[in-house]
Ligand binder design. Structure first.
Ligand SMILES: *[C@@H]1O[C@H](CO)[C@@H](O)[C@H](O)[C@H]1NC(C)=O
Ligand SMILES: *[C@@H]1O[C@H](CO)[C@@H](O)[C@H](O)[C@H]1NC(C)=O
Length: 213
């Protein structure tokens, strides 16, 4: 490759990397004004901003376990307006014994998660369907590359807790089972895609119906 081409290639690659995360902030902060009707003035009047805008207490305590034994509390810009424009957020997830975080992805963020308590079978699958999974313990971290499907299960004999960090203020969450079976995709399509009978599809649709998410 000629020098010019190499420079062009790395230039393009660099701009791709830059565009892959939230935009850089243009102010010290921009606490989201949730009552602002317009998107042109989304920041709270900075004279009215206080330290409380930069503190979020919602993940201090464990949430309520779901049917799969997961209690997950996001700490993203939708609940913590001080994160607006800062390009990061967190999630606290607690697992009952045997509890599962179903296969899911975050379309807008890479996640790095630290185990605070317990033993978690933790992993992701790449676009070649290659699996990268193992049991990680208290004090260990695992990274889940942006957009890839990942999952966790508490394999210890006590409750487990993890804290996940994202390089987006709003990583998004797409749970695979409910995206497929809880979204009203045409039944015939699901039958053909998964080789299931109408009865089997009905059972899965019932299990992942939107009100049960
Ligand atoms: C939020 O936006 C509303 C509507 O534009 C405005 O009336 C209000 O003063 C703003 N609040 C703050 C704290 O900036
Ligand atoms: C911001 O708040 C201060 C203090 O209440 C007020 O004097 C100022 O006019 C406000 N600025 C805007 C743009 O609303």
């Amino acid at each position: 490759m000629s020098l010019a081409l190499t420079v062009l290639f790395f230039g393009l690659f660099h701009s791709y990397v830059t565009l892959a995360s939230d935009p850089d902030p243009v102010n010290d902060f921009c606490v989201l004004n949730r009552s602002s009707a317009t998107t042109s003035l989304p920041c709270k009047n900075s004279s009215l901003v206080t330290v409380e805008d930069f503190v979020f207490s919602g993940i201090k305590f464990r949430g309520k376990f779901s049917e799969t034994g997961l209690a997950s509390i996001p700490s993203n810009v939708n609940v913590f307006p001080g994160l607006n424009t800062l390009g990061m957020s967190m999630v606290r997830a607690d697992f009952d014994v045997g509890g599962v975080n179903v296969p899911h992805s975050h379309p807008r963020a890479t996640e790095i998660a630290v185990v605070l308590e317990g033993k978690i079978y933790s992993g992701f699958v790449d676009t070649q369907n290659r699996i990268f999974a193992k049991v990680i313990e208290k004090g260990e971290v695992m990274v889940f590359p942006r957009g890839l499907v990942h999952f966790q299960m508490n394999v210890g004999d006590t409750w487990a807790t993890i804290l996940g960090s994202f390089d987006s203020q709003n990583p998004g969450l797409q749970k695979i089972p409910s995206a497929v079976f809880g979204s009203n995709i045409k039944e015939e399509l699901l039958e053909k895609a998964f080789g299931l009978t109408p009865k089997e599809i009905a059972k899965l649709r019932k299990r992942f119906a939107p009100h049960r998410l």
